[in-house]
Design a protein around this ligand. Structure first.
Ligand SMILES: [Mg+2]
Length: 246
């Protein structure tokens, strides 16, 4: 009698689409933003030729909060928020409105360049390259980083920022838009991010599968139901396969 050799049964992956957060998921954002802020201040002072009173970090946050209070759309329009913050500190140096608005555009462009000087966590690019041949990939960010400016745009099927959906995660906007663009159901989608609420709870509440990038090995203190987590990108592909097949 013919014996059947036991072939390992490979389950088809349940996941068709993987969406990713950017800041603090693909790179550390804190140092990048601090550097971008410091270099932008220096750039402004060099352009204007005067020392500018920037105030403390608390002042910086207070100004931002006041601007958002006046115009709630600034909560998701980070570009405009930044431009208004620059105007707040520099308008007294300009007599001409046109000169001021030209300066603000240039200052913003400079900031944006600096903001993209990120250092990817180890293995991120390598892992994305491997995943991109097997899954649809998307970006869901509350920030204003642009994967096309980072040379990795070709690895993604789409990228959604808060400006695109006029809201921030954990609201539904990003997730709904991702479903619309990919035509993949929530149950076949996996969202990956560092933020317990914005990424994990936001996605989970809609029935999206989630994985928490927990670089600092924090405790899950949101509820009694900790998500699948990882702290190294080299572990990610196996984790997806072990949990969802493929
Ligand atoms: Mg993040």
């Amino acid at each position: 009698m013919k014996t059947l050799t036991q072939e390992p049964i490979r389950k088809m992956s349940k996941i068709k689409l993987i969406t990713f957060d950017l800041d603090d998921t693909f790179w550390d954002i804190r140092d990048t933003i601090i550097n971008a802020e410091m270099n932008s201040r220096k750039w402004s002072e060099d352009k204007i030729g005067e020392k500018i009173e920037w105030g403390t970090f608390e002042d910086f946050m207070k100004i931002r909060n006041e601007l958002v209070k006046k115009d709630p759309s600034l909560e998701y329009d980070l570009g405009m928020l930044r431009k208004k913050t620059i105007a707040y500190h520099t308008k007294k140096y300009f007599k001409d409105e046109k000169d001021l608005s030209e300066f603000i555009e240039e200052a913003y462009k400079f900031f944006l360049e600096e903001r993209h000087k990120v250092t990817f966590y180890e293995d991120v690019i390598n892992v994305l390259e491997k995943l991109s041949s097997q899954y649809k990939l998307g970006v869901l960010t509350n920030g204003n980083a642009d994967v096309n400016k980072l040379g990795i745009g070709h690895l993604f099927d789409f990228s959604i920022s808060s400006m695109d959906v006029k809201s921030n995660k954990p609201n539904k906007g990003h997730f709904i838009k991702a479903r619309e663009l990919s035509r993949v159901d929530f149950q076949n989608t996996l969202h990956v991010g560092d933020h317990p609420i914005n990424d994990i709870v936001g996605a989970r509440d809609l029935g999206i599968n989630t994985m928490w990038f927990n670089l600092d090995n924090l405790n899950w203190d949101v509820d009694e139901n900790p998500p699948i987590e990882f702290n190294k990108w080299s572990k990610f592909i196996n984790l997806v396969k072990n949990n969802y097949g493929g």
